[in-house]
Design a protein around this ligand. Structure first.
Ligand code: ZN
Length: 309
């Protein structure tokens, strides 16, 4: 088994928290699985969405910063986040998205933006498998997004990123792809196992609203994470210490093209501070910030949660 199991989550910057919440739950039909705050800045929310059981690989997270500048996707960023839908659901999603966005059709996929301009793609995925249906979703179970399909990184060149993905993270080229040198797979089965690298299409990027902050890969345990950390040190990639993010343990580093990568453990998971049934129904604070709950809660904008009036 590879030390990397696939993608764990994608984290982006957005503007208004309520608008973000309404789009990801109301339009995309994902489950709000955690309401917490930015570890490093508890004045800002950190919102997590995923499948019905908060499986790693289905997680999209957002830092709402309404006053942030509008970002621009470009070199050194993850520019497209692709999500998996059933191959029979393209028509359904085309019609659904047309009400909220201006989707454009590709071969077997639909490109669209979220309300902050974050670029998303729905892929009709032959490997689609829904692990955690969400019975309170606004989307019928037969059309639900099952998780991340892949991410597309915009780079100025492919070679160094390719070397890192293949030699350290255990990816291999997808020999079935049109241009295998730009498509990377890890592990054998399932969705969320793919990274695409693009060297054309986007110019200089700018961080801010509507752009990806980082992408995280899954690893099973603290032990496999430690092995990856050692592998990274061997090639002198500057890597952070292990950070306890309450729901997973993380290390961070920049890949050679500039995209911020995280490696997050599958454990302990999202049910450490609320049970599965109640995920995402109250503000959960990181342990370090819990003593200041009243102050923090008072300063955050109120959210209207899914299913409430
Ligand atoms: Zn992260």
């Amino acid at each position: 088994m590879s030390k990397i199991l696939g993608l764990h989550h994608m984290t982006a910057i957005c503007g208004d928290a309520q608008r973000n919440l309404d789009f990801y739950t109301g339009v995309l039909g994902l489950r709000l699985i955690k309401i917490t705050v930015n570890f490093d800045d508890p004045t800002a929310y950190h919102l997590y969405y995923g499948d019905g059981v908060a499986s790693p690989g289905t997680i999209l997270t957002f830092f709402p910063y309404p006053t942030s500048l509008q970002g621009r996707p470009g070199v050194g960023q993850c520019v497209i986040t692709s999500l998996s839908i059933p191959v029979t659901s393209l028509e359904y999603w085309r019609a659904r998205l047309a009400e909220f966005s201006t989707p454009s059709d590709r071969d077997g996929a639909i490109d669209f933006s979220d309300p902050d301009g974050l670029l998303l793609r729905l892929v009709a995925d032959p490997k689609y498998k829904l692990h955690g249906p969400w019975d309170k979703s606004t989307v019928p179970v037969e059309h639900q997004i099952c998780g991340m399909h892949s991410v597309t990184l915009q780079e100025s060149e492919v070679e160094k990123t390719s070397a890192l993905l293949m030699r350290i993270l255990g990816f291999r080229h997808d020999e079935d792809a049109e241009v295998p040198e730009y498509v990377f797979l890890v592990e054998e089965k399932g969705t969320g196992k793919r990274v695409d690298v693009a060297t054309l299409g986007f110019g200089v990027g700018r961080p801010g609203k509507g752009t990806v902050h980082h992408i995280a890969f899954r690893t099973a345990t603290d032990a496999t994470q430690a092995e990856l950390m050692a592998d990274l040190s061997e090639v002198r990639a500057p890597v952070s210490e292990v950070r306890d993010r309450d729901y997973f343990h993380s290390i961070y580093f920049r890949e050679p093209g500039g995209v911020l990568f995280e490696i997050a453990t599958d454990t302990p998971g999202f049910t450490t501070d609320e049970d599965l049934e109640h995920l995402g129904t109250r503000l959960c604070l990181p342990k370090v910030h819990e003593p200041r709950r009243t102050l923090i809660e008072g300063a955050l904008p109120k959210l209207r949660l899914p299913g409430t009036v």
